[in-house]
Design a protein around this ligand. Sequence first.
Ligand code: TYM
Length: 332
Amino acid sequence: MSEAKKTIFSGVQPSGKLTLGNYLGAIRNFPILQDEYNCIYCVVDMHAITVRQDPAQLRKQTIEVLAQYLACGLDPEKSTLFIQSHVPAHAELSWVLNCYTMFGEASRMTQFKDKSSKHADNVNVGLFDYPVLMAADILLYQTELVPVGVDQLQHIELARNIAQRFNGVYSDTFKMPEPYIPKAGAKIMSLADPTRKMSKSDENQNAFILLMDKPEDIMRKFKRAVTDSDSRIIMSEDKAGVSNLITIYSLATGKTIDEVEAEFEGKGYGEFKPAVGEAVVELLRPIREKTEDLLKNKDYLESVYREGANKAAYMARKTLDKVYRKVGFVKR
Ligand code: TYM
């Protein structure tokens, strides 16, 4: 946590079970830079309540995401791991940033438009304000890199615009964050409809793979995965289903796309789909087992998130104090 190290920040919502998309697009990259960077990873429970959650379920899911962070290789000695609602500076900075965010720019967020059409009976102000809270998450820690999937790019762009506006008015206050998008896996598609993103909120259970899915469920979902009428196993823009499966197989096995295409040349889906299933079973097995083990040790998890919140609050306070001073609040 030395001052000289650059800072990485990212977050995951505990709004449902984590999917293979969350893992391949984001979480997989979280531990990679632990040694070189000051890494801060948050479970964003405050973002999750922009959509109705069952309280008991939200509590359970929050702890499960934390356990999954650890199971995916995050080390609390190296990275700061915490729960967003434990560090009030996120809500505090978010209020200030609201006053430097234009209604028009927030209205253009595609995730807001998607979610408000999906939850037409609950288009609350929090849903609209979601990206400003996300900007606060990022800017509080003077973050330089934000590892996320491609769907979060627009939100990072907004965070940059807000930072730039604030810096322009008050002189340099926030570092400019950059997105860190993986070359492959930044947008894993639904297994049931490969034109749509794999999402934990999909109503069709066969559309997504969960990190905690049992091997037989993973195999069944891959065998049913939607492909196309032509049976060649090649990466191609007009073969969304197969291309998605090739990406997943390549990431799960570490083989290049060329190697995967060569391996399945002249073979059909009957061989390919179970092979993808098996590779994903093996990829997720250690994560699932480690998560199950960690969930038996609630005291340990509690010590991790408590310690993490203390460290995060200390770092966040520095930025918040600076912001409060710049906007003209009286020092307490
Ligand atoms: P969330 O919880 O929806 O998703 C967590 C991460 O998973 C990525 N992701 C995917 N990547 C590839 N393919 C997919 N199908 C897929 N689905 C999800 C997301 O891009 C994300 O990186 N707003 C964020 C949470 C957040 C945050 C932050 C992130 C709150 N504050 C600050 C970074 C920095 C979100 O909804 O993620």
